[in-house]
Write a protein that binds this ligand. Sequence first.
Ligand code: SF4
Length: 455
Amino acid sequence: MIGLAEKLEILADSAKYDVACTSSGVERGGRHGSLGSCSAAGICHSFTPDGRCVSLLKVLYSNACSYDCSYCVNRRSNDVSRATFTPRELAELTIGFYRRNYIEGLFLSSAVLGSPDVTMERMIAALRILREEYRFRGYIHAKAIPGADPVLVHELGMLADRLSVNIELPSADSLQRLAPDKQRAAVLAPMRQIAAERAQNCRDLQCYRSAQEFAPAGQSTQMIIGASPESDRHILNLTEALYRKYSLKRVFYSAYLPVVPDPRLPAVTTRPPLLREHRLYQADWLLRFYHFSAQELLSESEPNFDPYLDPKCNWALRHPEFFPVEVNRASREELLRVPGIGPKSALRIVRARRMQRLGLAELKRIGVVLKRAQYFITCSGYLGARGSRAEIAGALVDPKAFGVGMQQLSLDDFVPKVLPDAAPELHRLAEQGMQAQEAAELLRREAVTCITRRM
Ligand code: SF4
């Protein structure tokens, strides 16, 4: 029999690999007789050991899993300490933490405790105590367990602000190989149900004042990157389809962090592909806010993102026919294609040019990053910076790819894979005591050569 403190330690630790939680997107003020409020800024955040920012209080209801997903630390066959809350324990713990001001909300997931239905029933019981007994109005993000009865998914959605169903792996083949207890159809069914119920709920809320909200902060999902062989193109196409079909708020990407040795998976010494995860988040941003399509960003001949360039700069370098863009005439959609111009600055440009013609000084004040944009725009007598392809590529190379101290700057792992030509020289210099800064500069120069060679 283990105590509550020990359960919390085990179950909070087991939950740390789940990254599908960020700001809530729900605005709900406090109310007399109730506890808690919810602000759109979201619940509190923390950092995982590999440096990513995630939200708390994040805990599993149970880590005693009946399934055996090969990539998961909680898999049935793994020898780890197991623990399970009771619904009341979890509810009281959340309220206790809330009252001490440790947390602003709850992120609740769970391993499969016997069956999906049993797990969901217990999670729902805990949330009922929170919402109905303690009248807790704070943010709750709950995971729906694939395979659970639709009635339970509905009940969970009536109690939680955001629901998520983890798609886990980018293809049905990989899911079958690495998570044999799960079926793709069982993952997609609750997603479809949540999307349909939310659409209906939005209509009900417009018609009936007494209608109760169903998952008002929408739904999200999480995909593991690097545990299976799918390309970035495959992942981005899937992401686009998920946004379109199920109206997801977010798709989260989780760089695979090897936790258990398994011949079907990358070796335990493999570093998590953080740079790849970063590129996917950038591309995801382009899909949601910049009107790009997955098809425009990657192709059959280039199925993976360039490690040295962010996807938008990469697109711009490959489409010289689109540029230069005349800032005083271009549509907002055209402006959004220019490296260095984001949604906010595009909107400001459109508003500001109603009053005056814009030049470089105005663009700088508006927030345009001229270091990147200067090669792709014209405005008020400015005809665009000139430069060879190599010079422009050099100015656009993403310093994050060579960040001193970043895990990607590994002579043994990263360099031979993405910069095979530079590897022998780097090893020679490393043996002579080359400084990290010099290595970064050398890598940058090599990257520019690689980019221009590929174009
Ligand atoms: S269902 Fe799979 S991924 Fe989820 S906790 Fe169990 S073993 Fe881990």
